[in-house]
Write a protein of this length. Structure first.
Length: 104
């Protein structure tokens, strides 16, 4: 059984036990998050597709902690001007583990 959820404008396909990284949230490690914007649920041959969301469907997740993503290197170069800039950016993400998918 898996579900497709909408979180901050991004869509994720999740199943029970999956670990995924979402945008940074202020939730404490160990707390529970409910994703109620479920776009679709697939349970074998039975598939529910929402218009736009499946009513009564909830995905439960547990916060594991906050971790940084891989560093993104930003380089700027102006040709023939001897002008170069190299900086980096590391986005912080919240890591969550999907515990249950409820569909009514």
């Amino acid at each position: 059984m898996y579900a497709i959820i909408d979180q901050d404008g991004r869509q994720y396909q999740v199943a029970a036990g999956d670990v995924l990284k979402i945008d940074l949230r202020d939730d404490a490690p160990g707390s529970e998050i409910r994703f109620d914007r479920v776009l679709a649920i697939c349970d074998g041959p039975a598939t529910k597709i929402g218009q736009p969301h499946v009513t009564g469907a909830v995905v439960h997740a547990q916060v594991l902690g906050k971790k940084p993503e891989k560093k993104l290197v930003v380089q700027k170069l102006r040709r023939r001007k001897n002008s170069r800039r190299k900086t980096g950016h590391r986005q912080w993400m919240t890591e969550v583990k999907i515990t249950a998918i409820e569909a009514s």
